[in-house]
Design a protein around this ligand. Structure first.
Ligand code: ZN
Length: 446
C-alpha cells in the first residue's frame, strides 16, 4: 500500500537540513535548534535565527535594477516559451528550447535528465557545498494540438499556460540573466531547473526524479518552486492520496442469478462509509469520491463497479490516518456484501489502484526559508501572504528539506483554461525581483 510517498533512496537527503549557507548565523545556535526548526509544526523547539536579506548589497541591487529595467525581456521570454507546446508527458520540445535559453545565458552543465527535467548550474563562490534549487515547471494541462498562440495587448498576455507556469519559467531566465549581468556571486551553488510532470497525472514525476536520482548524494539546503502569479508564498504542502477502487464479481442476470454478491452494492456500502469518515478540521483534512462507474444494464448484476477517491491533508500523519480509515471502510464493505449472501459461492473482490500520491508537509511561518521570503517581500515594499497548496515543493518538503513555492508577480486569471490570462500591470517585475532576492538570501552573497 503506497501510503509512504517517498521512495527509500530519497531519505538520504532528509538529514541534510542544516542551511549550511547561513553558517555565520547558525554557528551561534546549537545544531538541534536549526534542525528542529525545519520540522513540521508541533513539538518543535524555539525558532532558528532569521537569514539576513541582502537588499542593500551592491551587486544584488544592480540585479534588481536589471530586472526592472529589462522587464520587457522577461515578458518576451514568457510569451515565446509558452508558444512551444508542452502537453502532459510531452514536454520534450519545450525542454529543448528551455535548455537552449539557459545555455545562452552562460549557465554551466546545462542538461536534460532521464525524466525530461532541464537542469543548469550556477557555481557558488564557496566551491561545491549545499545547493539552492530554484525551479519552475515545463508542463501544462493542455493536450497535444491545443492552439498555444499568445496574444498580447498592452501589459496583458493571453494563452494556455501563460501564467501557470510560463511566468515561472521566464522568471528563472530573468533571474539567471540579472545575476550574470550584475555579477552576483552567491556563496552556494544555485541550480536552475525546469521540471516535467507537475500537473495532474504527472504526479510530480519530474521533481521526484530530481531528488531520487539527479540530486541523490548532493546536499540541497533549500528548494524554491516558482509557480504562477501574484505575490504570495506557499509554505505548507497539501498532500494527496488518490485511488481507483474496484469491486468485481462474476455478474449475472438480475433475476436469474439473484443471491450473489453485487459489486455495485458493495461500492454503495463503501461510499456510505466514506461519507461518514471523521476528519480533523485542523490540520485541514478532506475526502471525496469524485467519479463512480459500473454496470452495463438495468437487468444485470454488474461484473464490476469502481470509484475514484481523493484524500488530502496538510499533515502527513492526518493523511495516513484518513487513508487507513478508507482502507478499513473498503474492506468492511467487501465483508458485509459477502456476508449478505452466505450461501453464494460467487467471488467478490476488491482492488485498489493508486492514481497519485503527493506527500504532505508543513513548516511554521517562522521557519528561516518562510521568513526569508516574507522579509524579502517587505524589503521590496509588499507583504506576502502564506498559504497551503500542492506544488513541486511537496516532494522536497516531504523529505524535510526547507521548501517554498513563490508566485512570480503580475496578476493571473483562468489558469488551466484556454483563455488563461496574465497581466503584468504596473509592477510585474516585482515577482522576478522577489525571486532574485530570496535566492540571494538563501544562497548567501559575497
Ligand atoms: Zn503550476
Amino acid at each position: 500500500m503506497p501510503a509512504v510517498a517517498v521512495p527509500a533512496p530519497l531519505a538520504r537527503n532528509a538529514p541534510l537540513r542544516r542551511p549550511a549557507l547561513a553558517a555565520g548565523l547558525m554557528a551561534l545556535l546549537p545544531l538541534g535548534d536549526a534542525i528542529a526548526q525545519t520540522r513540521p509544526a508541533g513539538g518543535r523547539a524555539k525558532p532558528a535565527a532569521p537569514l539576513a536579506v541582502p537588499a542593500r548589497h551592491a551587486a544584488v541591487r544592480r540585479a534588481l535594477g536589471v530586472l526592472r529595467a529589462d522587464n520587457a525581456w522577461t515578458l518576451d521570454q514568457q510569451a515565446s516559451i509558452c508558444e512551444v507546446a508542452a502537453p502532459p508527458f510531452k514536454e520534450a520540445a519545450r525542454a529543448a528550447e528551455y535548455r537552449r535559453r539557459l545555455e545562452a545565458l552562460g549557465l554551466r552543465d546545462v542538461r536534460i535528465d532521464a525524466e525530461g527535467n532541464v537542469i543548469a548550474e550556477r557555481p557558488g563562490s564557496a566551491g561545491g557545498g549545499a545547493t539552492v534549487v530554484v525551479s519552475a515547471h515545463l508542463d501544462t494541462v493542455f493536450p497535444e494540438g491545443t492552439d498555444v498562440t499568445v496574444k498580447r495587448s498592452g501589459t496583458q498576455l493571453t494563452g494556455p499556460g501563460i501564467g501557470d507556469d510560463c511566468r515561472g519559467l521566464a522568471t528563472l531566465l530573468a533571474v539567471a540573466r540579472a545575476f550574470d549581468q550584475a555579477k552576483v556571486a552567491t556563496r552556494a551553488p544555485v541550480l536552475f531547473v525546469g521540471t516535467v510532470g507537475e500537473e495532474g497525472a504527472g504526479n510530480l514525476r519530474g521533481v521526484r526524479h530530481l531528488f531520487e536520482k539527479e540530486l541523490a548524494g548532493r546536499t540541497v539546503s533549500y528548494f524554491i518552486s516558482v509557480d504562477g502569479t501574484g505575490l504570495g508564498v506557499t509554505s505548507r504542502a497539501v498532500g494527496s492520496h488518490r485511488y481507483r477502487v474496484t469491486y468485481a464479481g462474476p455478474g449475472g442476470h438480475s433475476y436469474g442469478a439473484f443471491g450473489m454478491p453485487n459489486p455495485v452494492h458493495a461500492l454503495g456500502r463503501a461510499i456510505a462509509k466514506i461519507a461518514d469518515l471523521q476528519v480533523p478540521e485542523s490540520p485541514r483534512t478532506t475526502f471525496s469520491v469524485g467519479i463512480v462507474e459500473g454496470g452495463t444494464s438495468v437487468n444485470a448484476i454488474a461484473g464490476g463497479a469502481s470509484m475514484d477517491v481523493d484524500l488530502r491533508s496538510e499533515s502527513a500523519a492526518a493523511l495516513d490516518s484518513v487513508d487507513a480509515a478508507l482502507r478499513r471502510a473498503l474492506d468492511a464493505a467487501l465483508q458485509e456484501e459477502r456476508a449478505r449472501w452466505p450461501r453464494s459461492t460467487a467471488a467478490l473482490s476488491l482492488k485498489v489502484d493508486t492514481i497519485g500520491i503527493r506527500p504532505a508537509g508543513s513548516q511554521p511561518d517562522d521557519a528561516p526559508i518562510v521568513r526569508a521570503a516574507v522579509d524579502a517581500g517587505r524589503a521590496l515594499g509588499f507583504t506576502a501572504p502564506t498559504s497551503a497548496s500542492s506544488t513541486d515543493a511537496n516532494v522536497p518538503m516531504g523529505l524535510g528539506i526547507p521548501s517554498i513555492t513563490l508566485d512570480a508577480g503580475g496578476d493571473g486569471e483562468g489558469s488551466h483554461s484556454l483563455e488563461e490570462r496574465y497581466d503584468d500591470g504596473a509592477q510585474g517585475w516585482l515577482g522576478p525581483q522577489w525571486v532574485a532576492l530570496v535566492v540571494a538570501t538563501l544562497a548567501g552573497v559575497r
